[in-house]
Design a protein around this ligand. Structure first.
Ligand code: DGY
Length: 348
């Protein structure tokens, strides 16, 4: 699909994206925009090299693509100066390779913070109150009357929520769970926790001044402290070498037997094979997953487990957010082409 065929700058988007604002932005600024209409979901490096062609000023790409040495070299040969992931996460992008070939890299932080945190909160509630199991039960025609034991789950109020990775999204999730459900909080982050600290201090004081039971909060000294103390644990770190398999067999064993684990970050943060074993051995342990180690696949056995809720990487999938992500990605590429700052930000 080609927009503004006579535009001076050739910009390629490897996928169609929601909304029209991003398209208008580019074509109003003298770009010829080419949107790939290939039907297959995941494009290979060869597919993208073909899209880049001989002349390309910038590319908007997706988290399913492998943006490494080969692609940045091809983009640079085609005269390209800019690449933006339509995602805040950029573990699919080799930033060093981009630097080597003089290509600026952008991502799309901010616009997906609340939407992603809302999905983490939805998975938490769905797991705590066994909503998916209960829905399946109804549809199977198994409901024959109210029973005291039917789908008994957990009350969140007064329980402890553990947040690992207190950046933008982790902090927004913590705020939702503390403010919305009056949960106590324990969190761990090596670097970024200031915004979360400010919120809990102010919120605790607010509850106290109103004569309500204040929530408690604590910055943990180690990740294991969170795993041991929390009833609900939500993972929000970036994926890099240090967070690969952050949750492994040993760490799963440290969690409470009836804990709930949520992951809306990246699949490889959890050792999924170890998780399947743990879920099998601990039927009261529950998990809500938006991301998977070998996306789009799930490790064998996961799909059959009743104590797992699985959704297809939809944490940022609200209309407003997806349109915002598309717009930011277009601005990133346009910004570099036109000489404005590119929005690259590792501070998730
Ligand atoms: C991201 O932006 O990194 C999410 O995984 C997709 O929105």
């Amino acid at each position: 699909e080609v927009w503004n065929p006579n535009g001076k700058y050739r910009v390629v988007s490897t996928k169609s994206m929601p909304g029209t604002r991003w398209i208008n932005l580019l074509i109003q600024q003298d770009c010829r925009l080419e949107i790939c209409t290939e039907k297959k979901t995941i494009l290979s490096v060869e597919d993208i090299i073909a899209l880049i062609g001989d002349k390309c000023d910038g590319v908007i790409g997706q988290l399913t693509e492998d943006w490494g040495e080969e692609l940045f070299s091809a983009l640079s040969k085609a005269g390209g100066k800019a690449f933006s992931n339509m995602a805040v996460g950029y573990n699919n992008v080799d930033v060093n390779a981009a630097n080597k070939y003089g290509v600026a890299v952008g991502n799309t932080p901010g616009v997906l913070t609340e939407t992603t945190a809302e999905l983490a909160a939805s998975l938490t509630l769905a797991a705590a109150r066994r909503i998916v199991e209960a829905d399946e039960f109804m549809r199977a025609g198994l409901y024959d009357g109210w029973l005291p034991h039917l789908f008994v789950g957990n009350l969140l109020k007064g329980q402890t929520v553990g947040v690992i990775g207190a950046g933008r999204i982790g902090s927004a999730y913590a705020r939702m769970m503390v403010e919305g459900f009056k949960m106590n909080l324990i969190y761990f982050d090596l670097y970024q926790a200031t915004r979360l600290e400010k919120f809990v201090t102010a919120y605790g004081a607010f509850l106290k001044s109103n004569g309500e039971t204040p929530v408690t909060w604590k910055r943990a000294a180690s990740m294991d402290e969170v795993l041991q103390e929390a009833d609900i644990i939500s993972l929000h770190p970036i994926l890099d070498k240090t967070t690969y398999h952050l949750v492994n067999k040993e760490r799963l064993a440290k969690m409470k037997k009836e804990a709930i684990l949520i992951n809306c970050s990246r699949g490889p943060v959890i050792d999924e094979v170890a998780l399947v074993d743990h879920l099998r051995e601990n039927p009261m342990f529950r998990v809500g997953l938006d991301v998977f180690e070998d996306e789009p696949y799930m490790k064998p056995g996961l799909a059959e487990l009743k104590n797992a809720i699985v959704v297809p990487h939809i944490a940022s999938a609200s209309k407003w957010t997806r349109e915002g992500m598309a717009t930011l990605a277009a601005l990133n590429v346009l910004g570099k082409i036109k000489g404005y700052p590119v929005w690259f930000d590792a501070n998730r």
